[in-house]
Write a protein that binds this ligand. Structure first.
Ligand code: CA
Ligand code: CA
Length: 257
């Protein structure tokens, strides 16, 4: 902040309707971005440098959402930035990321303007199987970005409906075992700044055609959910799975919700 522009009526972005205020993002030093890896024991490790995330500089990142943009089975990250180009960080499958926002058409407006991206919502508006993006922009209409994913990777959607847990299944966590990997997603009421994702969870499977689904419902103690409560699937390629939690209760699981 020592080098930040001071409030002034004479400087753009430093006054509001004739009153000198703290300057907007322009003029402030663009901060680095961070990625923390979950250690699985309640702690996190800062992997910003080795993942390449820390090298993406020059933008005012405001909201970030992880989703599998190309359905290769590896999560990517979209970052909506304030007054600067937004970023799409694609997963290199080795713990690092590359930035392809401009190349993929999600960095700036169709007019070539940098937007003030705030909240992000990921979901499906056209049901073509590819996750689309809605961005809430400040002082501008929202942007709807259709995903024209060219690859024929397989995917799986999971829609949960609670009967003992809450009906929207908020708080449920889904693990998809596919090939040698495990993907984890949770049903949340919000996923970004004043925004939320499609409640249907979307998992990219890459070339895999089978998957096991393991659901941890909020009404069940985690320790009582055995691996055997998973449902094994053999989707031909792309499949929507919809089921209530009652179908997933293994006999030895005692529902408490
Ligand atoms: Ca991906
Ligand atoms: Ca779509």
């Amino acid at each position: 902040m020592a080098h930040a522009i001071k409030p002034s009526l004479d400087i753009l972005n430093c006054n509001y309707e004739g009153v000198a205020v703290a300057c907007g993002p322009k003029g402030l030093k663009a901060p680095p971005q961070f990625l923390y890896r979950n250690n699985g024991d309640g702690t996190f490790t800062d992997v910003s440098k080795e993942s390449g995330i820390a090298s993406f500089r020059g933008s005012y990142g405001l909201a970030a959402v992880a989703f599998d943009a190309d359905e290769d089975g590896w999560p990517d990250i979209y970052v909506a930035c304030d007054t600067t180009s937004s970023s799409l960080l694609l997963n290199n499958l080795d713990g690092t990321f590359r930035e392809e926002g401009l190349m993929r058409g999600v960095a700036i407006s169709p007019d070539g303007e940098e937007m003030a991206g705030m909240g992000i919502g990921i979901g499906e508006y056209d049901l073509d199987g590819h996750l689309d993006i809605v961005i809430m922009n400040q002082h501008e209409p929202p942007s709807l970005l259709r995903n024209d994913c060219p690859k024929e990777n397989h995917w799986l959607k999971v829609r949960l409906e609670g009967t003992k847990s809450n009906r929207s299944a908020i708080g449920a966590r889904v693990l998809v075992h596919c090939g040698s990997k495990v993907q984890a997603q949770a049903v949340l009421s919000q996923t970004s700044y004043m925004s939320s994702n499609d409640p249907r969870l979307h998992f990219g499977l890459g070339v895999e055609t089978t998957a096991d689904i393991e659901v941890h419902w909020p009404s069940e103690p985690w320790r009582n959910i055995p691996r055997g409560s998973s449902i094994g699937l053999s989707p031909s390629s792309k499949e929507m799975v919809s089921f209530p939690d009652a179908l997933l209760a293994a006999p030895e699981c005692q529902q408490v919700g």
